[in-house]
Every structure is written in C-alpha cells, then in structure tokens.
Design a protein around this ligand. Structure first.
Ligand code: NDP
Ligand code: 8X3
Length: 252
C-alpha cells in the first residue's frame, strides 16, 4: 500500500513478523532494535522477497537522546510516516514483589513505558505531517489483569494501556488513530529473555497448549492498520484459544 511504517523491536518475535506482514502488503519499513545484524538480515530478506524499501535504525529505546537522534536521521523522502508500531519491550524476571531485582524493574519501566513515550514524542511531528496517521501500541493481557509475580511487568503494560487511551484522546484533534493490541501467551524470545536464558523454564510456559505465533499477532496488527479512514479499533485483546485470562489455561 506504499505506506511508511516504523516498527520498533523488529529484530525478533512480533516486531519481525509485523514488519514482514506490512512488507508483504506493499508497505515500506523502518525497522528498529539494538541487534543490527538481525535487522540487516530482515531488511535483506524483505527487499528481496517483497521488493520493498527498508531503513534500519539501531538504537536503545531506553535512551532519550538515541531515540531523538535516530528519528531525526530519517531522510525526508521517508516523510510523512504513516504508521508507528510501538512494539519493543520485555519482561525481566518473575518474582515476588519483595524479592524481585530492582534493576529488572527499572529496565522494564524504562523500555516498555519511557521507550514508548520517547518514540511517540519523537515520531509525532513526522506522523502529523501527513495530516493523520496511526499509532499502534503493543500492550499485553498483563496490561489488563495482574498475576502473581507479574508486579512491575504488569504495571508497565497497564501504563501502556493508559498511555494508549491518553494518546487517543489528545491526538483526536490531529486525526491520529491510536490502537492498543493486548496479546496473551505467544512463543517468541519473550520468555527466554524473561527467564534470562533458562530454556527449560522458558519452554515450560507453553507446555500443554498451543500459544499464539508471532504471525497471529502480526495479522491482527495489519488488520487494524488496513481499516477505512473513519474506522479505528481502539483496543484488541488477542489470546490463544486455550487461554481465558492471564491465569486460566487449558493444558492437555
Ligand atoms: P521478543 O523478545 O521476541 O522481541 C522483543 C523485541 O523488543 C526485540 O526485537 C528487541 O530487540 C526489542 N527490544 C527490547 N528491548 C529494547 C530496547 N531497550 N531498545 C530497543 N529495542 C528493544 O518478544 P516479543 O516479540 O514477544 O515482544 C514484543 C512486545 O510484545 C513486547 O512489548 C512484549 O512485552 C509484548 N508482549 C509479548 C507477549 C508474549 O507472550 N510474547 C504477549 C503480550 C505482549 P533488540 O533485543 O534487538 O533490541
Ligand atoms: C506477555 C504475556 O501473560 O506473560 O505480555 O504477561 S504474560
């Protein structure tokens, strides 16, 4: 569709699948993350397979100046940006409140909340240039319900929920749509990151049921982005069929 789409956290999981889905649909992608090698591989494959234009920006969303510099470096031929997908994020640890590592908490808040804020503020002027635009924020079922030992990850995603509502309200006058996507359990690198490389524990999260695939979430994002101009999905909760809430799973 020839749109300019920024996807944060495109080096893995949802972000990678989202970038590929938009590229398949004929859009041009600005892909971001810290692992440049991964982004280069993705860019090469999207250019070859979908004949799309791709720009790579490697930076840490936690760092306000890096975000500003990266967005300022976007060449003018990429203006306006039509869609910003704020997807970069992570969970670190799953521990009782009194036992969890404070550094993990700071990283989650700085990435999931401040990173999303920095990105949105930096991209806003070039989104607005097009007279509209669409911001799609990656929340979580953890942003709708809390669960045991979810504490600060849940708080960070509740903040994404609140920020999405605030942006929708404040950006009404700019005709910018704001959609929040809230997935349940999906098998990506998420659990491996959360459990700090412990593959056994990471795998155990998904035993006995079929989790979402990154592509399932990407299809939902793409659907929301392809609605007519007068239609906006504000909030979308997408779950594996075997998951009813953040704690109820049907495991075989
Ligand atoms: P992955 O771990 O597979 O991907 C996370 C992405 O975020 C990577 O591309 C990573 O890139 C990027 N990222 C993390 N920290 C930073 C940072 N400081 N700066 C820049 N980029 C960063 O996980 P998912 O794809 O599953 O997660 C994507 C989003 O979806 C997250 O916000 C997560 O909270 C949310 N989510 C995940 C669910 C799941 O069950 N998987 C369910 C609900 C929501 P790099 O390391 O290269 O910087
Ligand atoms: C990821 C889903 O349930 O592990 O956001 O918090 S959950």
């Amino acid at each position: 569709m020839n749109r300019h789409v920024i996807v944060t956290g495109a080096s893995s999981g949802f972000g990678k699948a989202i970038a590929e889905t938009f590229a398949r649909g004929g859009d041009h992608l600005i892909i971001t993350g810290r692992r440049k090698d991964r982004l280069e591989q993705l860019a090469e494959s999207m250019r070859k397979t979908h004949n799309t234009r791709v720009l790579i920006l490697d930076f840490d969303v936690q760092d306000k100046k890096s975000v500003r510099d990266a967005v300022a470096s976007i060449p003018v031929e990429w203006h306006p940006v039509d869609i910003l997908v704020n997807n970069a994020g992570l969970a670190l640890g799953r521990d009782y409140f009194e036992e969890a590592d404070m550094n993990d908490w700071e990283t989650m808040m700085q990435t999931n909340v401040m990173g999303l804020i920095y990105m949105t503020r930096a991209v806003f002027p070039i989104l607005r240039k097009g007279g509209g635009g669409h911001i799609i924020n990656m929340g979580s079922i953890a942003g709708k319900e809390v669960y045991e030992k979810g504490n600060v990850y849940c708080a960070s995603k509740h903040a994404v929920d609140a920020l999405s509502q605030s942006m929708r309200t404040d950006f009404l006058r700019h005709a910018i749509k704001v959609t929040a996507i809230h997935p349940g359990a999906a098998e990506t690198e998420f659990s491996l990151v959360r459990f700090k490389g412990d593959e056994t524990t990471a795998k155990s999260v998904y035993t006995g049921f079929q989790p979402l695939r990154a592509e399932d979430v990407a299809d939902a994002v793409h659907y929301c982005a392809n609605l007519p101009p007068h239609v906006c999905i504000n909030d979308l909760v997408i779950m594996p069929a075997a998951q009813a809430s953040s704690v109820y799973f049907h495991r075989e």
